[in-house]
Design a protein around this ligand. Structure first.
Ligand code: GLP
Length: 260
């Protein structure tokens, strides 16, 4: 696992955008894994700026979203499919049908999970998966206690996650209880995992995920089992890491050819 500590979200977005652009440069038909939430937004804004400058194209790329609320009608402003379209995918040149998300409107959610896994496999798997982290250590919507081998399936949100996400809805009662999310096992199957986190509210979860034991109680700790993980943090999100100075020294002395 590589931990990159940078002064702010904009600096982090620059290095993540570099990795995405390098991937698309060598493999234009690459498969991206996209995350919602606010943490990756600076990365999306940076990629949009580079697209507008003619420096990167998504025309042949495909993308899979991590998760979706269950029960929100298609087109609901807070559905994750709508959200990713608004903040990123409609602002660049993805082709029609190139961006997929789990079907939270399906009457058979178990079958929808199986179908989503099959679609990812048929696309050749995810090359680069962007991730945020919940304050309780969740990735996607894999709440504490999620199987580390789990695949796309129905999950029930914790009260804390519903409260965290209530700001996007008219009231807490409007936040769905159920979601369909890629499992931890699904996420671990991507070739490169890039987790971004900013701010002091994420510091404890980041420290547990990066330096704590691997445990289903902190689903993001499963990233320690993956051979190619990059964790991009601002100073506040990194503030509880015991090896922070080692990570800084490592990154400062990294050979330029290595990339992320
Ligand atoms: C939601 C999403 C996660 C995201 C998390 C943190 O629960 N399902 O994918 O990482 O929120 O969100 P934010 O980045 O807004 O802090």
């Amino acid at each position: 696992m590589e931990v990159v500590i940078l002064p702010d979200a904009a600096a982090g977005a620059g290095v993540v955008a570099d990795a995405v652009a390098a991937l698309l440069g060598r493999r234009p038909e690459a498969v991206l894994g996209l995350a919602t939430g606010s943490s990756p937004v600076p990365v999306y804004d940076e990629l949009v700026a580079r697209y507008r400058a003619g420096a990167v194209s998504f025309a042949q790329a495909r993308a899979f979203l991590l998760d979706e609320y269950v029960g929100l009608p298609a087109g609901h402003p807070q559905s994750y499919a709508t959200y990713i379209d608004r903040v990123f995918t409609s602002r660049v040149d993805f082709g029609p049908g190139a961006v997929r998300s789990p079907d939270g409107t399906a009457s058979d959610l178990a079958a929808a999970g199986v179908a989503y896994e099959a679609a990812i496999k048929a696309a050749g798997g995810v090359d680069l998966q962007l991730l945020g982290i919940g304050g309780d250590g969740h990735i996607g919507f894999n709440e504490p206690g999620s199987s580390l081998a789990s695949r796309t399936r129905l999950k029930t949100l914790t009260g804390q996650t519903r409260a965290d996400n209530a700001r996007f809805f008219a009231s807490l009662d409007d936040v769905p209880r159920h979601v369909i999310t890629q499992g931890v096992g699904t996420i671990l199957a991507a070739r490169h995992l890039v987790l971004v986190a900013q701010g002091a509210t994420k510091a404890a979860a980041v420290a547990l995920a990066v330096e704590g034991p691997v445990t289903a109680m902190v689903p993001a700790s499963a990233l320690q089992l993956h051979p190619h993980v990059t964790v991009v943090l601002d100073e506040a999100a990194a503030s509880r890491l015991s090896l922070a100075s080692y990570y800084r020294e490592t990154y400062a002395n990294k050979p330029a050819w290595q990339g992320l």
